[in-house]
Design a protein around this ligand. Structure first.
Ligand code: SF4
Ligand code: SF4
Length: 412
């Protein structure tokens, strides 16, 4: 697609990157067929091709309107379109650039600004844990919409006491330890069963995705630098430390850490370190398939059960991991039936379910329809946001697949 960038962006790194991405798009429209918001709304401007066209206009200096902002807001950043695109258009990068410019030009209504600030500061703050604990205490009294965002209190289970020569660092995350503390301890227990010790440097915190994708890109970079500083003492001499990976068990956070290399590429103090960190970051779905034989041996009996897997968009379209969890669980003895529209977003999408509740609920129910049609004992996923969002619409148990595996390893 030919573009003529406006003066304000032409000779900037963002301008050059956006121009290169736009040039790859041949306007074929294949991506619209798999775009969840286009499927729901049927409007070209609520599909990737239309949004790319809107961003092209913005970058060419045409008028930026509230309507442009709304069409970009409705995008889930699920990157389903990237998987479909035959020309390799990196839509996710383009929309980050486009949204920033649009927000610099169009002032949001006061209510929206308030919600976005509350999410950005609240979810990543130290006050989130006590607020979640209070919410869980009064959960039975909460109205339905709020109750859906507050999962029932969960016991974390024990952190393994054994030490091993092989080690991983774990990113514990910002909201996950308060909402579903068992995911991190279950990950550590599964790795312990494989002879791997999990370390969790306390100075690491939010991966930065919340702030970065709410257009506080500088705030997101600060989060990234803080995590790199926390991990670097272990990473700089990884071999001597026995370090095999940085495990990130929320695929949304894992994708963000994988992108540190790109985000910090122009920061001379952090570029090299960020490359190393991104290369070490692994989702459990990338790490554990290599240990399938050891897992099978560690199981007291085959991991029987009928489960379905909802692959988060950040796992399948962002990290490009497809089918690995389903294959691993099936190889361990589980029945894992195929699920319709498995490329589709569940509507959670970071803070999307708060900011676009109607679309998020429609997508959740559509996804649950496919998942529950298989009559599973449990729905498994790989990201705290998807797990909480799906659980709010079903009576079927929803949990991280590593928790399910941990339960099978502990079964006597
Ligand atoms: S599929 Fe790719 S090339 Fe075709 S319109 Fe969509 S983004 Fe452009
Ligand atoms: S990221 Fe997802 S919602 Fe956004 S345009 Fe692409 S497919 Fe559609």
């Amino acid at each position: 697609m030919q573009t003529a960038l406006a003066d304000f962006i032409r000779n900037t790194p963002e301008g050059r990157e956006a121009d290169a991405i736009l040039r790859k798009c041949v306007h074929c429209g294949f991506c619209t067929a798999t775009c969840p918001t286009y499927q729901l709304l049927g409007d070209e401007l609520d599909g990737p091709r239309g949004r790319i066209y809107l961003m092209k206009q913005v970058l060419e200096g045409k008028e930026v309107t509230r309507s442009t902002q709304l069409h970009l807001d409705r995008c889930l950043t699920c990157r389903n379109c990237e998987t479909t695109c035959p020309s390799g258009v990196q839509y996710g990068r383009l929309v980050d650039i486009g949204r920033k410019i649009v927000d610099d030009h169009v002032v949001r209504p006061a209510g929206e600004r308030l919600v976005r600030t509350a999410l950005k500061e609240g979810l990543t703050s130290f006050a989130f844990a006590p607020a979640m604990a209070l919410g869980q205490l009064v959960r039975p009294l909460l109205p339905g919409s709020l109750k859906a965002k507050v999962p029932a209190r969960q016991a974390a289970g024990a952190w393994p006491a054994r030490t091993h020569d092989k080690k991983v660092l774990m990113l514990e995350g910002c909201v996950q330890p308060s909402m579903a503390p068992n995911i991190n301890t279950a990950t550590a227990r599964v790795l312990d069963a494989l002879g791997i010790e999990t370390l969790r440097p306390k100075a690491a915190g939010c991966c930065g995705a919340i702030r970065y994708h709410l257009n506080d890109q500088e705030g997101g970079l600060e989060d990234a630098r803080r995590n790199i500083d926390a991990w670097w003492p272990y990473v700089k001499d990884a071999e001597a430390e026995g370090l095999v990976a940085i495990v990130v068990n929320a695929s949304g956070c894992g994708l963000q850490v994988r992108e540190y290399a790109h985000m910090l590429a122009r920061d001379p103090a952090y570029a090299k370190k960020a490359e190393r960190i991104s290369a070490l970051a692994k989702d459990p779905a990338e790490l554990l398939p290599a240990f399938a034989a050891e897992l099978k041996q560690a199981l007291p009996r085959p991991a029987e059960g009928r489960v379905v897997f909802h692959p988060p968009c950040t796992l399948q379209h962002g990290l490009k991991v497809r089918g690995a969890v389903e294959s691993l669980l099936a190889s361990l003895g589980a029945t894992v039936p195929p699920v319709g529209e498995s490329h589709f977003c569940c509507g959670s999408a970071g803070t999307y379910s708060v900011m676009q509740p109607e679309l998020a609920t429609q997508l959740r129910d559509r996804r649950l329809g496919h998942l529950e049609a298989t009559k599973p004992d449990a729905i498994l996923s790989a990201n705290i946001g998807c797990i909480t969002h799906l659980a709010s619409g079903t009576g079927t148990r929803v949990l991280h697949w590593i928790e399910w595996l941990d339960e099978r390893l502990a079964a006597r």
